[in-house]
Write a protein that binds this ligand. Structure first.
Ligand SMILES: [Zn+2]
Length: 72
């Protein structure tokens, strides 16, 4: 499920992703600790369009669900 959230630095797309077995891990920008792809977490990226092309993809970050609620 994807939602939008308005924040001081722009509008962000927020998507909850289910745990998967990709074996990846990411660094949560909220707490600085690992986000394991095996557990359900949040992916957020800035909604920016230039010439009609979504360019916010580079701003994609993986968050612990709890950290996103707390810090954004
Ligand atoms: Zn976190």
């Amino acid at each position: 499920m994807r939602t939008s959230r308005s924040l001081p630095d722009g509008t962000w797309s927020v998507q909850t992703v289910k745990g998967n077995d990709s074996g990846r891990s990411y660094i949560c920008p909220g707490c600085g600790r690992d986000v394991n792809a095996a557990s359900s977490h949040i992916v957020a990226w800035r909604q920016e369009a230039r010439h009609g092309i979504e360019i916010g993809v580079e701003s994609r970050r993986h968050w612990h669900s709890r950290c996103f609620d707390r810090f954004r």
